[in-house]
Ligand binder design. Structure first.
Ligand SMILES: [Zn+2]
Ligand SMILES: [Zn+2]
Length: 838
């Protein structure tokens, strides 16, 4: 559509006092978006108002990200979903609570601090290390915040929080003490997943399983019945071997069961057991039970009450229990032990295998299992309760619910909540140095750091000693971030507010953190408050590169959010997030999608400018004029669109909402209607008056509605156009403080849609033929012959005048024909031929 040339000729009937349009002729996203972002922030239009009791609240519990300094496309997609909902709900009249937090503590920050400053945390003081972490975190937060702001997210920045701030971690400590009082926490020595690089316990949710190549080696164990061969990929665990086991149904080894075997190199006598968990088909069918090679070893050690040989220390080095191998790393020990086994002729064949190993999700070091004293939360006994509440929550899409249930059921260990790190929420507990009695902090002592502060109590209640040892561990970072729903809602001080905001209406997060974020939130809040912390969980898929693989820097398919915004603007990137795929499924990042979004914005901008210029003498307060067929056609479609879009937003189907509105705008409004009514808008035309006013009425309402429907997806351009639309009219606030459109049932009219479609089709067919002949749309045609079915022909006869005006035709001949042979024929002597059938 070439609108700019027409601008000056339209709507010249301007009333006195009306200003000229302030919109620049070209849509420039870079200046426009930044200035709107600033203006929204200054006007505080996204603030939650706790005093406002007139509107229902809508609370969104957004997962606080790790301040990594990077806001990648996956984050952009996450936050787009949060923001689409926040904006939609605000327009639906809700007092929206949309906070933004930062999950500061944790392994990633420590690992990064060590790498950035090339230090090991052991080499500096706790205070110094914490200071470095806080500084780094603060810088990273600022970077990510800037990226979020440039995406135009409607976050209420007054509700920003950082889990490393004392006022926040005080609440983490308070919740710890409450769970302790309820008997849901305990300290005990149990095997846990351990990262030797990070030197800390980690939870099952932090273990990433990957396929890795290894060597399977056959080791000979001597027994009184002859040698037993054990195939293992971890020969370094031979010194920790405490039993052999075979499957009870495995006839080959029946006579060995109950006898003893000798562990090579360390010469320890160990029992030969039978257990149905042994896979007779793997290797020789005989397995070593070591403490602890894997989780099955943990189970067997417990089941058969086998001794524990603590083979590894915190750094993954072999301990004194390994005898001559003490002090070696796992890698060194493997080589030394295999060499020694070979010298002792205890090694048979070996072969390469691929097997699954657990790695630390942050540093990718293979995870070991260590038995150390830790704090645990009794989550395993909560499984039934978690499943029950999970079933009561609305999950979008539905399959994400099963992910949660399967995860909850798959856990065999309690949640290990202590970490052997420095940058974390301190565990608010001391122990009496003399008798070992535990002394938890009192609520009023919080926040407290027992690593450096003594308890305020005078003496131990059991033995009267005044010497205490503070707990040296910190909490798992998920202990900080899994109480956000309650903290946002005002717990523990603003209980009136808590009733309104808890549970959160929406828990939006990525598919990848169901097992952490959704699970831990559920467990913590059920334990503390007896109910699920959220009503609806909205899950987004992952972003893939254009090549279909996960977007990752090492794959060369990585795109920076800032690059995309700089090229095409946030409103284009947001359209990609909305329309790029179905909610909950992975979506590819394609530049073409973003570019398409940008083209749509240009189309919308140009169309809106044309419409706005024709509306300068339009007064929406006047009664509805008599509407023409095409007006009724467009308005009926528009009101159906409102229904479609509303339903789509209600069910979080952003792609459906976006596509429907873009299609309507691009095709029905711009390609068809605008082209068809231009002649009615020219001032001074004989069709002036009612006919002109009804076109203005239709354009005004249509533009008003589509801007609102697009506002959650494209907040910048819609606000700019909306304020212009209402600039000289009473309502002139931001579109984002205005209401979502309601379908006007009186304007939904099937008959007009059907009839209008016939007229529109004939017009577009004429336009198509003209364009094929490389003729201007204004090129006059002397005579036009339209052949079409009888019922359609009669509709057309009623609108011949309109078609003559729109298509610039002198004479139209309408010929009724049989079904399937209709077409538009243009006059022969103008060298036109038959157009395609339609
Ligand atoms: Zn690690
Ligand atoms: Zn004591």
């Amino acid at each position: 559509m070439k609108t700019d040339t027409k601008m000056s000729t339209l709507g010249t009937d301007k009333k006195a006092g009306q200003s000229d349009m302030r919109l620049p002729p070209r849509y420039e996203q870079s200046t426009l978006e930044a200035s709107w972002q600033k203006s929204w922030e200054q006007a505080h239009i996204y603030r939650y108002d706790p005093e406002d009791r007139s509107r229902p609240t809508y609370s969104i519990d957004t997962p606080p990200p790790y301040p990594s300094g990077e806001f990648h496309m996956g984050n952009a997609l996450n936050w787009c979903y949060f923001d689409f909902v926040a904006r939609y709900k605000r327009m639906r009249g809700h007092n929206v609570h949309f906070p933004q937090g930062w999950d500061c503590h944790g392994l990633p920050t420590e690992v990064r601090a060590e790498r950035t400053f090339n230090i090991r945390k052991r080499d500096v003081s706790v205070e110094k290390f914490r200071e470095i972490c806080v500084k780094l975190t603060t810088e990273y937060i600022e970077k990510m915040k800037a990226a979020m702001q440039s995406m135009g997210y409607s976050i209420d920045w007054d509700l920003e929080y950082r889990t490393m701030d004392p006022e926040y971690y005080k609440l983490t400590q308070l919740s710890f003490l409450q769970l302790l009082k309820r008997g849901l926490l305990y300290r005990g020595e149990h095997p846990v997943n351990w990262c030797p690089r990070c030197e800390t316990a980690i939870a099952e949710a932090e273990v990433e399983y990957v396929q890795s190549e290894g060597t399977l080696i056959d080791i000979h164990f001597s027994t009184e019945k002859g040698d037993l061969i054990v195939a293992t990929s971890r020969p370094e665990f031979v010194p920790a071997c405490v039993a052999l086991a075979v499957n009870p149904t495995d006839g080959r080894y029946a006579e060995y069961v109950g006898k003893e075997a000798m562990v090579p190199l360390v010469n320890r006598r160990i029992p030969i057991l039978k257990d149905e968990l042994v896979d007779a088909g793997f290797g020789s069918g005989v397995v070593m039970i070591c403490t602890f090679g894997d989780k099955t070893d943990v189970r067997w050690q417990h089941k058969y009450d086998l001794p524990v040989v603590k083979l590894l220390d915190a750094q993954g080095k072999l301990t004194q229990e390994a005898g001559k191998y003490a002090g070696l790393s796992i890698h060194q020990a493997r080589k030394a032990i295999v060499d020694d086994l070979r010298s002792a002729s205890k090694v048979g064949g070996s072969r390469t295998i691929s097997r699954e190993i657990g790695t630390c999700w942050r540093c990718h070091t293979p995870v070991e299992i260590l038995s150390t004293p830790q704090w645990f939360m009794k989550t395993k006994e909560m499984t039934d309760q978690i499943v029950e509440w999970t079933n009561r929550v609305n999950w979008v899409p539905d399959f994400s619910k099963n992910r949660m249930i399967e995860w909850a059921k798959s856990l065999d260990w309690d949640w290990v909540i202590s970490r052997q790190r420095l940058f974390g929420t301190p565990i608010p507990v001391w122990c009496c140095r003399r008798c070992g009695e535990m002394l938890p902090a009192k609520d009023e002592w919080l926040p407290v750091d027992p690593r450096s502060q003594p308890p305020r109590a005078g003496a131990c209640e059991s033995c009267g000693s005044t010497e205490f040892v503070g707990d040296q561990d910190v909490m798992d970072t998920w202990m900080d971030s899994s109480i956000t729903c309650a903290v946002h809602a005002g717990w523990p001080n603003r209980l009136e507010e808590f009733k309104r905001l808890f549970p959160a209406d929406l828990q939006p997060n990525g598919l990848d953190i169901i097992r952490t974020w959704d699970y831990y939130l559920m467990a913590r809040h059920l334990a503390l408050f007896g109910k699920a912390p959220y009503k609806t969980v909205l899950v987004n898929g992952m972003v893939r590169g254009a090549d279909g693989r996960m977007m990752h820097k090492s794959y060369g398919n990585y795109v920076e959010v800032t690059e995309a915004i700089t090229k095409y603007g946030a409103d284009s990137v947001r359209q990609w997030a909305a329309a790029g795929g179905s909610t909950g499924y992975d979506i590819p990042y394609r530049w073409a999608d973003v570019e398409h979004g940008r083209k749509f914005l240009t189309k919308l901008w140009n169309a809106a400018r044309l419409i706005l210029s024709s509306l300068q003498d339009y007064d929406p307060a006047l009664p509805t004029p008599k509407l023409d067929l095409l007006d009724r056609w467009l308005l009926s479609k528009l009101n159906n669109l409102v229904k479609t879009s509303t339903n789509a937003f209600e069910s979080f189907q952003f792609s459906v909402a976006t596509e429907a509105t873009r299609n309507f705008t691009w095709h029905d409004l711009c390609d068809q209607y605008l082209e068809a009514v231009k002649y009615r808008l020219y001032a001074g035309h004989p069709q002036d008056g009612e006919n002109r006013r009804s076109a203005q009425f239709t354009l005004f309402h249509t533009l008003d509605v589509i801007l609102r429907l697009l506002a959650p997806i494209c907040p910048h351009i819609t606000d700019a156009l909306y304020r212009e639309l209402w600039s000289s009219r009473p309502k002139s606030k931001s579109i984002h403080s205005d209401a979502w459109p309601v379908p006007n049932e009186a304007l939904i009219d099937q008959e007009s849609e059907k009839k209008g479609a016939i007229v529109v089709r004939v017009i577009s067919e004429i336009r198509r033929v003209k364009s094929e002949k490389r003729l201007s749309m204004k090129a006059p045609i002397k005579r036009l012959k339209v052949e079409l079915e009888e019922d359609a022909a009669s509709v057309l006869r009623d609108h011949v005048d309109a078609i003559r005006q729109i298509a610039v035709v002198e004479q139209i001949e309408i010929v009724p024909v049989k079904r399937g042979t209709s077409g538009v024929f243009l006059q022969k002597d103008m060298d036109f031929e038959l157009s395609a059938e339609f």
